[in-house]
Write a protein that binds this ligand. Structure first.
Ligand SMILES: [Zn+2]
Length: 295
């Protein structure tokens, strides 16, 4: 994945809360274990995971990397070609430029969603989340949350090969949830949150498909500010790394790694094969209408 060196990045789409100590909440104990491991692989959205009683914490004090610093560090595509945080920002810009154009073409209006970068824990409208839940989208405040340390976990604990485009896939998956939020698809889940045929799995596979749709259009979507695509090239290797990442976060794979066996009754995101299949459907067709995982 290469970015146009000259392209301007829009840092206003990413809030940098890294290095802010605490999320305000004492979430007792370190009882993570197997449940924690499974939860960590979510790319999830389930606010219940964060503890429904949690209130978003008061604005924390302490030294943070201010947004001004991120915007100073990440000005152009050249920065995105060099630094991980700038790259994530650039992917957010590209993904949102695509959905903006797609919604407009369908006579809908897209509401941009910020990404929040955090370390360790973060206060959200869905409660206080720790890094253990993995990247997630909170419908309550319409933001995507990433601890960039997850990408190391993805390679070290989940066995993914990783790489910039594996990370881009994760970002695009979370924005897939934002698209679902805007389209009202999230309401289909209700309490049907577990099992191979659950609405939760269908929602997650659709987010993978939407990530593939963006991938299809990534090198041809012009940025509003420049009229040129921000991403200038994607290789077969990039696509292979996205598929490898999708495989690594399949429920069957995660459960096998954690417990030595897989239990489809507790799946929330779909199997490795399904996640690869739906990413591929989106990537091949470039058409969100083909992401009909709900059937
Ligand atoms: Zn998800």
């Amino acid at each position: 994945m290469q970015f146009d060196d000259e392209a301007e990045l829009d840092a206003s789409q990413v809030q940098d809360r890294r290095g802010i100590p605490g999320g305000g909440l004492a979430v007792g104990g370190g009882a993570i274990g197997i449940l924690g491991l499974v939860v960590a692989l979510l790319f999830g959205i389930d606010p219940g995971l964060f503890g429904a009683a949690d209130q978003p914490a008061a604005p924390p004090v302490g030294k943070a990397t201010s947004p001004a610093q991120l915007s100073a560090a990440c000005k152009t595509g050249a920065d995105a070609n060099k630094r991980q945080d700038c790259r994530i920002l650039a992917v957010v810009n590209s993904v949102q430029a695509y959905w903006q154009a797609d919604f407009a073409a369908r006579g809908r209006s897209y509401r941009p969603a910020d990404t929040v970068l955090f370390t360790d824990r973060v206060a959200t409208a869905c409660g206080t989340a720790t890094s253990a839940v993995g990247p997630f989208y909170c419908p309550g405040d319409g933001k995507a949350y990433f601890d960039l340390g997850f990408f190391d976990d993805m390679t070290r604990q989940l066995g993914a090969k990783g790489g910039p485009f594996a990370e881009a896939y994760v970002v695009a998956h979370e924005y897939g949830h934002h698209v679902q939020d805007l389209l009202g698809t999230m309401g289909k889940v209700g309490n049907d949150r577990q099992g191979a045929d659950s609405a939760s799995v269908k929602l997650e596979l659709q987010a993978d498909c939407y990530a593939g749709v963006w991938t299809h259009h990534a090198t041809t979507t012009p940025q509003p500010s420049t009229g040129r695509p921000l991403i200038t090239s994607l290789t077969d290797q990039d696509i292979a790394l996205a598929l490898d990442a999708a495989e690594s976060v399949g429920d069957d794979r995660i459960q096998q790694r954690a417990t030595g066996r897989s239990n489809p009754e507790t799946w929330t995101h779909g199997s490795s094969a399904q996640r690869k299949q739906w990413f591929t459907t989106g990537y091949r067709t470039g058409d969100p209408a083909k992401c009909n995982t709900f059937g």
